[in-house]
Design a binder for this molecule. Sequence first.
Ligand code: PMP
Length: 446
Amino acid sequence: MADSLVPRDLQKVYSGEEIRSLEARYLTPAIHHYYQEPLLIIGGEGASLVDSAGKRYIDLFAGICTAITGYSHPKFVATLKWQVERLVYASTLYATVPQAVLAEKLARIGPEGLTQAFVVNSGSEANEAALFMARKYTGSPYIVACHHGYHGRTALLRETSTAGWRTAAEAHPPGVRFTPNGYCYRCAFGKTYPSCGIECANYLREVIRTETNGRLAAFIVEPIQGVGGIIQPPPEYFTITYDIVKEYGGLYIADEVQTGFGRTGGKWWGIEQSGIEPDIITMAKGFAGGIPIGGFLTRPEFATGYCMHDSFSTFGGNPLSCAAAVAVIEIIQESGYLQRASDTGGYLKDRLTECQSRHNLVGDVRGQGMMLGVELVRDRASKEPAGEEMLHVMESCKSRGLLIGRGGIDGNVIRIQPPLELTRDQAAEACDILEEAIGQAQSGLS
Ligand code: PMP
């Protein structure tokens, strides 16, 4: 129904072509969409999205691993409306209720001892702030990040991220070093787990000894790499790197932007699956279910030196984002998402593993909970990345009503990171569609 107070241009019914032509004329090419014929999404409910032609899609990617409570969740919508009618913005020059309520909730769900929050607008900002704090606390400029990682798009964070995200014109901030990630399917050392001695993790000592002055500010790691292609290191990767980081005086930062808020199943944070106790976790994406937000949680001893002039964010901690995040946390609790992520994620992984046994195109199935990856290869022996076949799988999933994500340095990994609202029936239907699409791409190969 039309609303006379809402801008008419927003209420008009557009075709996909009309919107694409506006975009082509007025947006920079940095805005890039999936699919040969991009989708115009106009709504959604639960774990499905609807396009301008009224077609429904099961969404296995949650935007980009973000709409954790799905679309139009009644509690989420009601909370946002309630907050909009009271206060959208006042700045952190003043105290507001949602930020304080959120900080307390985060302290309760955070890993043991991480009780101090800093709330900003995005994952990039959260990581930038956390790394600044670590450098200030330790007095060291050196940050070690992992191959295939992704931490954001500021000048510093591009430099901590995987190759495809670095472009020619950027400056290279000093002090960033790299160490191998735990990528068993393509081990950097040509070894096989578990007889490998977890060389990938132990190599961190070599990096610190040879490429720094021996004093570390921070090691930053994703519990499961998302953009890099859902790469989950063996559990020892975390315990070994933790001990090395502590030996050289650094802070251990778990980038939970993708793995946070129950996505890995059973626990709130991906790093908790490894048993280590990080010094900082950073978060964004699912944090406020799609409303812009980011932040970190840390221990009081690291937070005390992080003072007034060290950071400020105009939109940081704003009432709307914080209220949305409070609603998301409660929905996760009330809807039993942690358990659902384990159960539905376990079902999805079993089905994908069966699919692997039937199709040579599937080289590897990996991940945990609702964060799963399917790496496509042209040939199981050479493991040649199947980037083109991946595009084919995406297109045919789309035509059958299924949305998936794409990742990996060669763009050949299917990313499955759905809203935690996904039902078992939707998961089953999604697996049928995906297997059909993989079968079709596979027959194109032979
Ligand atoms: N860290 C990780 C692990 C991410 O996946 C991303 C975004 N893909 C970021 C940080 C940066 O988040 P944002 O895009 O919100 O700046």
